[in-house]
Design a protein around this ligand. Structure first.
Ligand code: NAD
Ligand code: UFG
Length: 339
């Protein structure tokens, strides 16, 4: 299959490229490197010994996007490109709506121009907002609590309307829980700019000595040990879910939202303990106050992914920490070209 991959140089996109290329698909990446490095694509080429088409441009540029899609003439599109920092989305909301919402509309228009009818979209569990019940299933009310989450909910709605209006169209909205870990080679991984907001990359930087200590944001939640509980999903399992999703989109019409998680919650303290096993030393932590906006627990119902995609997560928290540590310890400054 010919797969057009927006945001393919990013964390999740690059891991998915490895599996797409290994499965024999032809890919064209469309990325402006706003939050990624061309080195990631070089590493994917080395890992797979395969070529990657690249168009360096912005999804807000509708003409460039239409030209790229019509020239490549893909069988399917994977849409990773977007901005994802919750805090920044509150200070720069228009940038988020332009990139995540208008960018998605530009992409669908480009697909129409090229006659491409299949799309897999990177959505987020953040569209659910506060949990009315757990685990989150796909019928849980959609009520995002920040601009980033609203861009994802809007993009989901737009893709759903497009799929309804387009004969033979098929869309899969993958709602990721908490992606972590790295390719088992340690050659590609998550390379956050600035101070990481998320737990696993922060722990990784403490382990490698780039940060003094981890602050645990609250130990008085109603969980097993009082710390926040999340559904961490290995990025390699997540990449596999994308391959299952384009296969599904090739045989089914319509639009489906599907959770991608393990179905199991891991607390902050449990994750730190697993990371200590992976890196072989005790990590300095302190208990700090709760982070505003955080919930106690979040984890996925996974039945729909199993039933529709035939996919389930196979890698556990120890594998996630081991691969994260291999990436972080062998690439302490990430791809090394963005500091
Ligand atoms: P990432 O920032 O590593 O990758 C996003 C890619 O999109 C980057 O390569 C970036 O350069 C590119 N990009 C950004 N703006 C662009 C633009 N205007 N034009 C062209 N390219 C642009 O992020 P990621 O973690 O790989 O996330 C991929 C997708 O998954 C995003 O849409 C994100 O919102 C979604 N998602 C991520 C998480 C997570 O925790 N990582 C969770 C849920 C959903
Ligand atoms: N945490 C700490 N210390 C840190 C960072 C995080 O204790 O330095 C805790 C948090 O309080 C939370 C857990 O670790 O209990 C996980 O936090 P993350 O920031 O890694 O993940 P979140 O689930 O809070 O947020 C993620 C994405 C958001 C998305 C949200 C819901 O970062 O973009 O999932 O899908 F909105």
């Amino acid at each position: 299959m010919k797969v057009f991959v927006t945001g393919g140089a990013g964390y999740i996109g690059s891991h998915t490229l490895v599996q797409l290329l290994a499965a024999g698909h032809e890919v064209c990446v469309f990325d402006n490197f706003a939050n990624s490095s061309p080195v990631a694509l070089d590493r994917v080429r080395q890992l797979t010994n395969r070529g990657i088409g690249l168009v360096e441009a912005d999804i807000r540029d509708a003409d460039a996007l239409r030209d790229a899609v019509t020239t490549f003439a893909p069988d399917a599109v994977m849409h990773f490109a977007g901005l994802k920092a919750v805090g920044e989305s509150s200070s720069l909301p228009l940038l988020y709506y332009q990139t995540n919402v208008s960018g998605t509309m530009n992409l669908l228009a480009a697909m129409d121009a090229a006659g491409c009818k299949r799309i897999v979209f990177s959505s987020s569990a953040t569209v659910y907002g506060e949990a009315h019940y757990l685990p989150f299933d796909e019928d849980h009310p959609i009520a995002p609590t920040n601009p980033y989450g609203r861009t994802k909910a809007m993009a989901e709605g737009i893709i759903g309307d497009w799929a309804k209006a387009t004969a033979g169209a098929s869309a899969v909205l993958l709602r990721y829980f908490n992606p972590v870990g790295a390719h088992e080679s340690g050659r590609i991984g998550e390379d956050p700019r600035d101070i990481p907001n998320n737990l696993m990359p922060f722990v990784a930087q403490v382990a490698v000595g780039r940060r003094d200590r981890l602050s645990i944001f609250g130990d008085d939640y109603d969980t097993r040990d009082g710390t926040g509980e999340r559904d961490y999903i290995n990025v390699v399992d997540l990449a596999a879910a994308h391959l299952a999703a384009i296969e599904y989109a090739s045989r089914a019409a319509g639009c489906e939202a599907i959770n991608v998680g393990t179905g199991r919650g891991i607390t902050v303290k449990e994750l730190v303990a697993a990371y200590e096993r992976a890196c072989g030393r005790t990590l300095p932590v302190e208990i700090a106050s709760r982070r505003p906006g955080d919930v106690a627990s979040s984890y996925a119902a996974t039945v729909k992914a199993r039933d529709l995609l035939g996919w389930n997560a196979v890698l556990d928290i120890d594998a996630m920490c081991a691969s994260s540590w291999l990436w972080q310890s062998t690439n302490p400054d990430g791809y090394g070209d963005r500091q």
